[in-house]
Design a protein around this ligand. Structure first.
Ligand code: NAP
Length: 265
C-alpha cells in the first residue's frame, strides 16, 4: 500500500468541484502523494461527488485492474461507493499511511452486443424498448431457452448494483462477496398467453445469459451504469460476470451491510 503514491482525482468540471479538487490535490501533496493529470500515470483513482461520480470515474479510466479506487463524498452523506467525507479527508490519508484500510473487490459484468467489443458495468446493464410497444426478448441461460419476456425491459445487476436500479424494481440486495449477477424484470406482461418467471433470479459466475431480441424491437435503449449505449439492429446480448474486478479501499468496520444499513434503514 505504501508504494501507491500517484493519485488521479476525477471530478465534474463545475467551479465548485474544481475548487474541491484543487484543495484535495494540495492536501495530498502535503502527505507525500502526487496528484497526476493523466489517469494512466495513477495507481490510486479518487472520485469526488457521489455514487454517480464514482461510476463515471471507474468507466472513464477504463476499469483499471492495477489501481485502487476510492469514492469521496461531497454530498454531505456517505453512499454505497463513497466511504469518505470530503471534510474528513485526513482520516482517509492517515488510514492509507498506517495501513488501516482493506481492499475490497467488486464483481463487474461483461456485456457483448452482437460482434461488438465487450464493455463492462459496475452497477448494471439495462435494456428497454425505445418505442411505445411491449419489448420481446428470448431469455437463454447457458444455451437453454428459459423464457420469452414481454414487457418494458430487463435489468442485469451486479451485487453492488443490487442496491441501485435493481432495488427499485424489488430485486434482492446481494452481498458482493458472492460472485453472481441478478436478472430483474421491468413490468412484464403475465397472462394465460404470456408467461415469465415473474421474480428476480440470481445467476452464478459460471453462467452465461443471452438476451435475443425479437423482430421489430431491434433498436433498444441500453444502459451501462449511468451511460447509454446506442446500437441499431441488435440481435443478441451476451452477459456474464467478468474476470475483472473493481478494487476499492475501505476502512475497517465499514462493511457492505453497514453501508446498506446507513443508506436504507
Ligand atoms: P441519478 O439518476 O442521478 O441517481 C441515481 C441515484 O442512485 C443517486 O442517488 C445515486 O447516488 C444512487 N446510486 C448509484 N449507484 C448506487 C448504488 N450502487 N447503490 C445505491 N444507490 C446508488 O444517476 P447516477 O447518480 O449517475 O447513478 C446511476 C445509477 O442510477 C444507475 O446505475 C442506476 O442503478 C440508477 N438508476 C436508478 C433508477 C431507479 O431507481 N428507478 C432509474 C435509473 C437509474 P448519488 O446521489 O450518491 O450519486
Amino acid at each position: 500500500m505504501s508504494k501507491r503514491t500517484q493519485i488521479f482525482i476525477y471530478s465534474k468540471h463545475d467551479e465548485n468541484s474544481l475548487q474541491k479538487k484543487s484543495v484535495l490535490s494540495e492536501m495530498i501533496s502535503n502527505y507525500g502523494f502526487t496528484a497526476v493529470d493523466d489517469a494512466k500515470n495513477a495507481n490510486i483513482i479518487v472520485s469526488l461527488g457521489g455514487d454517480g461520480a464514482f461510476l463515471q470515474a471507474v468507466r472513464k479510466t477504463g476499469f483499471r485492474q492495477d489501481c485502487l479506487y476510492a469514492g469521496i463524498s461531497t454530498t454531505g452523506t456517505l453512499s454505497m461507493y463513497c466511504d469518505f467525507h470530503f471534510h474528513e479527508m485526513e482520516t482517509m490519508i492517515h488510514a492509507v499511511q498506517q495501513s488501516e484500510i482493506e481492499v475490497r473487490r467488486y464483481p463487474i459484468l461483461q456485456v457483448i452486443v452482437d460482434d461488438n467489443p465487450p464493455f463492462y458495468c459496475l452497477n448494471e446493464f439495462s435494456i428497454r424498448s425505445n418505442i411505445i410497444k411491449t419489448f420481446v426478448l428470448d431469455v437463454i441461460i447457458d444455451g437453454l431457452p428459459f423464457e420469452t419476456f414481454r414487457g418494458d425491459g430487463m435489468i442485469i445487476a451486479t451485487p453492488t448494483g443490487s442496491t441501485a436500479y435493481n432495488k427499485s424494481v424489488n430485486g434482492a440486495v446481494v452481498d458482493p462477496l458472492l460472485p453472481c449477477f441478478q436478472v430483474s424484470e421491468l413490468a412484464s406482461v403475465n397472462s394465460n398467453k404470456y408467461r415469465t418467471l415473474g421474480s428476480s433470479f440470481i445467476l452464478s459466475n459460471q453462467r452465461q445469459l443471452t438476451l435475443r431480441l425479437q423482430d421489430g424491437n431491434d433498436f433498444p435503449t441500453m444502459g451501462m451504469d449511468n451511460e447509454s449505449l446506442s446500437i441499431h439492429h441488435v440481435d443478441s446480448v451476451n452477459i456474464e460476470l467478468s474476470d475483472r474486478v473493481v478494487k476499492t479501499v475501505k476502512l475497517k468496520n465499514n462493511s457492505f451491510w453497514e453501508k446498506v444499513k446507513r443508506t436504507y434503514l
